[in-house]
Design a protein. Sequence first.
Length: 134
Amino acid sequence: MLLRTLILAMLVAGPAWAGCPLDKSQSVPKIIGLPYPAARAWLITAGFQPLLDWNRMQRDYSLADEEWIAERGYFEVQACSNAGEGSCRAHFVDNYRNLFRIVSDPYGAGSEVTDAFFVCGADAANVFAFGSSR
């Protein structure tokens, strides 16, 4: 009975990183408005690590709107618009293992960062649980 209660409590509470606001997080450089390559470089310099999407790395990037990902090795980029007119998102992890998302618009290596924020709750759980494939 005690084990059952503990398991239920863990399911209700969720993982340690699922709550918002975050207890601790890294300072984020000002990246809104920067081209994606510059924003990515600033984040890495500040200690963030790209969260590589292993599933995407195994695919053939034959679509024109995805070629730039493979060419540049930006495998943290995911969820780009198929039409090439929408935004892309990329995930990074800070030193406290918090998930940080960049949104760039339009797609491609020349895109500009339009939003950047820490991701919490179920969305973060899905990204971490499925290896950033969603």
